[in-house]
Design a protein around this ligand. Structure first.
Ligand code: S3P
Length: 168
């Protein structure tokens, strides 16, 4: 099986779905932000603060190279900007999790740990800035996707079925 690579905007539910997919299909899930945090022994927020965004993007590319070389038969959830790596398509089947900005914004801000979720995301500081970034990226996500899954108002088990069906 080719890797399943979940892309999409911050807060759309890539990590949650990756773990649910892994549990259902009995294969491992890895997350690019987690890989970067363990490689650097730093939190993403700290990397942005201390080293800047360009440095973080270079780490994403390094992670993409490592994944393409070393990871097979897995589910890969990614940071919201990971889709820009040069070798994205060589990593696996690209599944774009799609939702309107306001739905995503509500999902984050109305969640139990909303404060924590916003705090750990340096690019999700205000509604205005996050919306601007979303508007810039939305067409690009669609362009690189092999599969597009509309995630709004669907329960996780249904989405898991939909994704597994779409990649089989
Ligand atoms: C980013 C998304 C974050 C994280 C970093 C940058 C982005 O991941 O990689 O803060 O550029 O959209 P999530 O999509 O998991 O929030």
């Amino acid at each position: 099986m080719k890797n399943i690579v979940l892309i999409g905007f911050m807060g759309v539910g890539k990590g949650t779905l990756a773990r649910a997919l892994a549990a259902k299909s009995d294969i491992y899930a890895v997350d690019t932000d987690d890989l970067i945090e363990s490689l650097t022994n730093m939190k993403i927020k700290k990397i942005f603060e201390k080293k800047g965004e360009d440095y973080f993007r270079a780490l994403e590319q390094r992670t993409a190279d490592w994944l393409a070389q070393n990871v097979q038969n897995s589910i890969i959830s990614t940071g919201g900007g990971f889709y820009k790596v040069k070798n994205l398509k060589s990593i696996g089947t690209i599944v774009y999790l799609k939702a309107d900005f306001d739905w995503i914004y509500d999902r984050i801000t109305k969640s139990k740990n909303a404060k924590k979720k916003i705090k750990k995301r340096p690019l999700f500081k205000s509604y205005k800035d996050a919306k601007k970034l979303y508007d810039k990226r939305v067409k690009e996500y669609e362009k690189v996707a092999d599969v597009i899954i509309d995630v709004e108002n669907k329960e996780t088990p249904k989405l898991v079925e939909e994704i597994l069906k779409s990649v089989s």
